[in-house]
Design a protein around this ligand. Structure first.
Ligand code: KG4
Ligand code: ZN
Length: 346
């Protein structure tokens, strides 16, 4: 069964063709990073407009790279939430229209759930129960999957997503956007024990919090340049030395990674899953992969970077498994009715 996946929830316009949930036939991603770079973050209106311009060429490319015509597509799977409202609307409207015009079943997919399915596109198939750490620019969640559609949300961030924290700290340090790769690169040359930042203590056993860490970094930077909280944060980086920046980046990354690893390890010991996977843009962080590999008693599974960040292959993969479920309301949506849900949760 060949599924065309569509993804437009944030700043990537993506389409992919996946066979039977696991075989990647094409994976086309048009990243808008260059459009948003000068603003230091994603501008929702700019994102939506760019999705409109690129969605059809991206779909055409995905079909041609998969050497597949519309006749051979069995269904269309699309992200319907969570995400930016205007951005989501483009993918959902395109999927609805194409489902009607081409007479294909339409499968609505939850973007966060789908991130986990990047791991189904690898050689070795994850075995249930699967413990999944989903860490991206918009989400930080720990999920226990009993099967493809039956899962339990164990914990999540109480404030900022981890990727958001990387992006904001990068901005304070003047390292650029997106912040994750920039921080990781700076951190590789810095001393991770130079500064000690606090980790949050939370009521939920598997919850995270990153806004305190972000503020602690800000206070540390203000202290280093002898300014108080009234000083504009975007002016801090000009007063910092290279050494200070790389040491702050390394110390921040160490604490962020420790927080994620501690919670994952706790959940592993409590639930003893057969497989542990990491997913989402931040899963491409090498220090996080290394720390989880060192600490967990079983090997962790992670996808290559282009499948960790937003893509449509993961949407097509989860779409396939949904289509195989007995319950009709999980499987398909009415193309005349499917609405995007920006605040969709797991
Ligand atoms: O999954 P994704 O493409 O978008 C969302 O669904 O949010 O994740 C993007 C996030 C950004 O915050 C980016 O800074 C972060 O993933 N990221 C990283 C790395 N590569 C990307 N964070 C830490 N280390 C990396 N190597
Ligand atoms: Zn995402």
């Amino acid at each position: 069964m060949k599924i065309l996946g569509l993804e437009t929830s944030c700043d990537e316009t993506a389409a992919a063709v996946v066979q039977d949930g696991r075989k990647l036939l094409s994976n086309v991603i048009y990243s808008q990073i260059d459009l948003h770079k000068e603003f230091g973050g994603v501008v929702p209106e700019v994102a939506a407009r760019s999705h409109i311009e690129t969605i059809l060429p991206v779909i055409e490319k995905a079909l041609s790279r998969a050497k597949t015509s519309w006749d051979n597509i069995d269904a269309i799977a699309t992200t319907y939430g969570p995400g930016l409202p205007g951005a989501l609307l483009v993918g959902v409207t395109s999927a609805r229209t194409l489902a009607l015009a081409k007479n294909k079943p339409l499968i609505p997919v939850n973007h966060v759930h789908a991130h986990i399915y990047a791991n189904w596109l690898l050689k070795i198939e994850p075995v249930f129960p699967v413990l999944a750490l989903v860490v991206s620019g918009g989400h930080s969640q720990l999920v226990l999957l009993k099967d493809h559609t039956n899962y339990q949300l164990l914990g999540q961030t109480q404030d900022d997503a981890i990727g958001e924290a990387f992006d904001k700290v990068s901005k304070m340090l003047g390292l650029g956007y997106p912040g994750g790769p920039a921080i990781a690169q700076a951190a590789s040359k810095g001393n991770p024990y130079k500064y000690s930042f606090p980790t949050a203590k939370l009521a939920g056993r598997y919850d995270f919090s990153f806004s305190g860490l972000k503020t602690a970094v800000l206070r540390q930077l203000q202290l280093m340049v002898k300014k108080d909280y009234t000083f504009p944060s975007f002016k801090l980086s000009a007063l910092l030395s290279h050494k200070q920046k790389i040491d702050v980046a390394a110390s921040f990354q160490r604490v962020a990674v420790e927080t994620l690893v501690d919670v994952t390890l706790k959940a592993y010991k409590d639930y003893l899953p057969k497989t542990v996977v990491i997913a989402g843009g931040v899963a491409s962080n090498l220090e996080l992969r290394k720390a989880l590999t060192d600490k967990l008693p079983i090997a962790i599974t992670y996808a290559p970077a282009e499948l960790c960040t937003d893509n449509a292959a993961m949407i097509a993969s989860l779409g396939y498994y949904q289509s195989q479920q007995p319950s009709a309301n999980i499987k398909f949506a009415n193309p005349l009715e499917l609405e995007s849900v920006p605040s969709l949760s797991m």
